[in-house]
Write a protein that binds this ligand. Sequence first.
Ligand code: SF4
Length: 223
Amino acid sequence: MSSKAEEKAKTTAKLFASGLDEIFPNPSCELDYKSAYELLVAVILSAQCTDKRVNIVTKELFKEYNTPQKMLTLGQEQLEEKIHSCGFYHNKAKNILSMSRDLLKRFGGEVPSNQEDLVSLAGVGRKTANVVLGEHFKKDAIAVDTHVLRVSNRLGFAKTDNPLKCERALNNLFEKKDWSKIHLQMVLFGRYICKSQSPQCDRCKFYNICQSKDKKKLLDFAD
Ligand code: SF4
């Protein structure tokens, strides 16, 4: 990006950040959890699944299986049954059990609070690690999920399908102290306004700065 383009992107990012503060002044994670371990499990379950569905499943699951030790008393098949409705249950169960084994073996059963150790856990990728870091450990991190990636591209903050490149671009545009908040706000904005299939462009306060070719024309202004 040229320095002029970068300056423009930073100005747009500032407008976007202050607009998001108006729409979502106190953003919060929509996954229910009571510990870092529960959050880690919930984030693994949330891949390709709604937070609402995950919360229904974890409400039952965590009644008895809310620590790595307890989770490992379940075998692959038993866990698959319990998380079946979240989809991709075979891999998710495998990852949750491997991650739990790893936690006990290498971290005394505690969820580590740094990215390097988190991503070294079986089944934990960078996005999952960043959610846990930002949400539970209150560290500065932008987790790039499908909503953040889509919104970033539509607004022109990134032009990539690669989550890591997108994360780097966002890190460069937004103040570090705001990273975790921006992540939550972008997820909510993508989930409820800038939706994948039917973005609500007619009620979007970022219409004028949005660079998306897919944005819907504002019919009210057509005449
Ligand atoms: S104008 Fe439409 S596509 Fe652009 S950010 Fe707003 S909702 Fe998304």
